[in-house]
Write a protein that binds this ligand. Structure first.
Ligand code: DC
Length: 207
């Protein structure tokens, strides 16, 4: 029997979306797409000299599997190319196709529940205060060997939040029917348990 079941997870950087998305994918055997990687891969190609719209229209699997997509300079460039409507339009079909793949899919990003796949059976909006998110991102970057201060990471997080939420094309915002998880005071593990329960209940209804 085929299963078409989609979980859309949106929210700002370092709120815990990725951990929740990976956890759900593992628990339910769904495929997972971190859509931020698409924008990061486009940004990486613009840094190498390819115009953004062309980079998005000709994106290949090998561009998204690069290991240098998580640096602060690529994060900033990704947030900038993500405001370009031509870039966003070029990436819609791939994401929608992924969302409907057989066996279930989890996509995390900024506009999955609002623009890419509003039909998703489960929509989560994962957020946390800018300070908590900056602290998490600073720990990640420091552990990966980057020499950055927590203040500079907070400034970057706030600048990205502003750009991602104020842009005209698919701004970051919760879908009206999304379940919001604020992970400022909630551990990501507890948030994942709640998400597991929501998905399990919704899957039960599909039977
Ligand atoms: O989730 P991330 O930090 O890897 O995303 C990098 C940038 O890509 C982020 O600043 C905004 C953009 N993005 C987006 O506009 N829409 C998405 N669905 C995913 C990411």
């Amino acid at each position: 029997m085929t299963l078409q079941f989609t979980v859309a997870i949106d929210g700002p950087a370092a709120a815990g979306k990725g951990t929740i998305a990976r956890g759900l994918a593992e628990r339910f055997g769904f495929a997972h797409l971190d859509t931020g990687l698409l924008y990061r891969a486009v940004a990486r190609r613009t840094i190498d000299g390819t115009p953004a719209a062309i980079a998005a229209a000709t994106l290949r699997l090998r561009d998204i599997s690069r290991t240098d997509l998580r640096t602060p300079s690529v994060s900033e460039a990704a947030s900038k190319v993500a405001a370009n409507p031509e870039v966003r339009a070029a990436l819609v079909a791939f994401q929608r196709d992924f969302a409907t793949r057989d066996g279930g899919a989890v996509l995390d990003g900024r506009d999955i529940g609002t623009v890419i796949f509003p039909e998703a059976q489960v929509k989560l909006f994962v957020t946390a205060s800018a300070e908590v998110r900056a602290h998490r991102r600073w720990l990640e970057l420091t552990n990966a060997g980057h020499d950055v201060t927590e203040e500079s990471v907070l400034a970057d997080v706030m600048a990205r939040d502003k750009r991602d939420s104020e842009r005209e094309a698919a701004p970051l915002r919760p879908a009206e029917d999304a379940e919001t998880f604020d992970t400022s005071d909630l551990s990501i593990e507890v948030a994942l348990e709640r998400a597991n329960a929501i998905v399990a209940a919704r899957l039960e209804q599909e039977k």
